[in-house]
Design a protein around this ligand. Sequence first.
Ligand code: FAD
Length: 265
Amino acid sequence: GIGEMWKEFDRSKVYMVDLESGLHYLLRVELATHKTLEGEELKTFKDFVTVVAKLFPGRQSVVKLLETLLEWLVSLPLDKIPYDAILDLANNKMRISGLYLSQRVQWVGCQGSSTALRGYPCSLWTLFHVLTVQAASRPDALANTALEEDPLAVLQTMRRYIGTFFGCSECGRHFEAMAQESMSQVKSLEKAVLWLWRKHNQVNTRLAGSMSEDPMFPKTQWPTPDLCPACHEEQEGLHVWNEGMVLTFLKQHYGTANISPKYTS
Ligand code: FAD
């Protein structure tokens, strides 16, 4: 049963092991379905690596690995890269230089009550919430990159990554529809944090009761009152969000100080 393998965790924390496992899965499994990267796909991947290399609040060895990958992608004069070359770099060159990305996938805050549930998609949401919060707290982090001074940099990168590489194409279509509807109205880095939160709740509403719902982790409007009482208010008998408090909560929850190193090897 799952009992013996279950890893205790705290729902009020974010786990570095989920973020690292997500990157591992993305680079080693999801990307592997594309034999070569070229054109728009390659540009999307480069922008994704730029965003994570500059904003990922991770262990030094992981950040260094991402920076090495970025330098290599940027310096390469090719307009077409075989996936094997990326894998080679991730596996060999980096291991030799002592850089590190966990060799296996292990979910903690994203573990599911069965292996088909949660895991990677949960880690991808978590990663992008962390990245929007980092961008808002370090507005200069993307200086001297193609994504400089764009409050939409992280969201657009996520949108293109999801549309191009995310294994769930239905998810990509839904996300694209939400992006087309309102992403262009986002005018600041803080509004970007809130936009992603609002859209994630919209997805939770749509998926409540569906096949992809883990009975141990029912889809709810998040953060629940136990996580953030001040986020919830009532106006004329109706529930309303206090968005100022939600923003404060998101910055705390997805901020560097709340990312636990527990279970990282
Ligand atoms: P997740 O929704 O993955 O959330 C992970 C964690 O984030 C939660 O445990 C909670 O701690 C926190 N969280 C929850 N809500 C919020 C919020 N509003 N703001 C900030 N943090 C929050 N699956 C489908 O079946 N159909 C789809 O169309 C679909 N679209 C998707 C689109 C995207 C962009 C992504 C990344 C995933 C999509 N998925 C879709 C997968 C689905 O949203 C869940 O990721 C998956 O079902 C696992 O759910 P979960 O219980 O781990 O929670």
